[in-house]
Design a protein around this ligand. Structure first.
Ligand code: PLP
Length: 425
């Protein structure tokens, strides 16, 4: 940990690209914390819930993503989508890094305001708001908010007539992991009608927003959406609205960030002059890779059917979908949480690959994580499995079904000195 506090990221500075090899260091730090924590838990003697799944979060990863954002999208101010992972340390770090926040509810607004963030750094990016939350936003001074339908305009007129409203338009999000346009966004024709209605109601339309879908896969979706937003700006202009804000939403992922950023930059340059403020609402991009989840194997069922399973090379840290050593064993494992990608810590007989199906803890038959995967060695009740990249839409979506907890402890490390300094670690 000493290395962490000794200014590893000192090679970053104004005008210099951020170069950090701390991703590898982060892995070492995370493993150390994981192993220390599981060594403290004896599943033969512990109290109920002491063996619950837990997270290790590397805030250095969030910090690196922010620096990467700034160097690739200098014109676009990120408003972190709190819904993606409302972890308090993540929010605290981002507030110190100066990002804004996309909040979708009263609770999210309060969480961010509770950190001392000025209300002007919040966009209430929920086009269909609860009326009482809208009144709460008015009281708290959170003026910037999205809308996409006529009823919402009447609601805003009644509860917060001075709000700075941002018209959310539809996008083609058919290539994204999680489509949002099936539920939110006005098509262009409706958008023009909404602008006219807003004018009649004397409401303060200040900008246009869109979202290309979470986990977007098609970079041209940004180019098309920016072009459509320009069209809406021009319609607004004809109604004497002087729009000043473009919100390009979320949808950025770690793997495709540079490609998406470059397409977005091109489109912004083509359609929006520099005096238009551009913001975004990234969630997944910031936190997906920062969290590792540790889960305990709470039960095992031997379902061996005899020899003859496939062959390939064993590895101690892989999801090992291509097996190497012939094995006759196969088990059903029951975990106390339900993630996706894994590597194990305590496997015995590492030269053997064993077939497992992996199940969650609830009584529901659809609670399956993997119907078949090959892992090196024999895993037993009480062993732990680790899942990387579990920071987006995970802890906030946990279920209390069957009385299992939706609160998981998180342990924090920081693989960047810049983040440690800001957080006071
Ligand atoms: N903004 C809005 C309005 C959203 O609904 C979402 C995700 O559902 C986000 C931002 C964050 O999207 P992502 O995590 O894909 O960046």
């Amino acid at each position: 940990y000493d290395r962490i506090n000794s200014g590893i990221d000192s090679n970053y500075g104004a005008g210099k690209p951020f170069v950090s090899s701390n991703g590898e260091l982060a892995k070492i730090m995370i493993k150390k914390v994981l192993h220390e924590q599981i060594a403290r838990i004896d599943t033969d003697t512990c109290d109920p819930d002491e063996e619950n799944a837990f997270y290790v979060a590397d805030l250095g990863e969030v910090y690196r993503q922010h620096i990467r954002w700034k160097s690739n999208l200098p014109r676009v101010k990120p408003f972190y989508a709190v819904k993606c992972n409302p972890d308090t340390e993540v929010l605290r770090l981002l507030s110190k890094l100066g990002t804004g926040f996309d909040c979708a509810s009263k609770a999210e607004i309060d969480m961010v305001l509770g950190l001392g963030v000025d209300p002007s750094r919040i966009i209430y990016a929920q086009p269909c708001k609860t009326k009482s939350y809208l009144r709460h936003a008015a009281q708290a001074g959170v003026a910037r908010m999205t809308f996409d339908n006529a009823d919402e305009l009447y609601k805003i007129k009644n509860s917060f007539p001075d709000a700075e409203i941002v018209l959310r338009i539809l996008t083609d999000d058919s290539a994204s992991l999680c489509r949002l346009s099936t539920k939110f966004g006005a098509d262009l024709e409706t958008a023009a009608d909404l602008l006219r209605l807003a004018k009649q109601l004397n409401l303060n339309v200040t900008g246009v927003s869109f979202h290309v879908g979470s986990g977007a896969a098609d970079p041209s979706a940004f180019a098309k959406a920016v072009k459509d937003a320009r069209w809406v700006f021009d319609q607004a202009d004809a109604l004497d609205y002087k729009l000043s804000l473009l919100d390009v939403g979320g949808g950025f992922t770690d793997d495709t960030f540079e490609i998406f950023a470059s397409r977005l930059n091109e489109a912004l340059e083509e359609y929006f002059p520099p005096h238009i403020q551009v913001i975004a609402e990234p969630g997944r991009y910031y936190t997906a890779n920062a969290f590792t989840l540790a889960t305990n194997i709470i039960a095992r069922r031997d379902v061996s059917s005899g020899p003859g399973t496939p062959t390939s090379t064993a590895s101690t840290t892989s999801n090992a979908s291509t097996p190497s050593t012939t094995t006759e064993k196969s088990y059903m494992l029951y975990l106390n949480d339900v993630p996706q990608v894994l590597y194990s810590s305590q496997a015995r007989d590492l030269n053997k690959l064993i077939e497992y199906s992996i199940w969650g803890p609830t009584c529901d038959g659809i609670d399956v994580i993997s119907e078949s995967c090959y892992l090196p060695g024999t895993l037993d009740i009480g062993d732990w499995l680790y899942f990387e990249n579990m920071g987006a839409y995970t802890k906030c979506s946990a279920t209390r079904f069957n009385g299992f907890t939706d609160k998981h402890e998180t342990m924090y490390v920081s693989s960047e000195a810049g983040a440690s300094a800001l957080l006071g670690y």
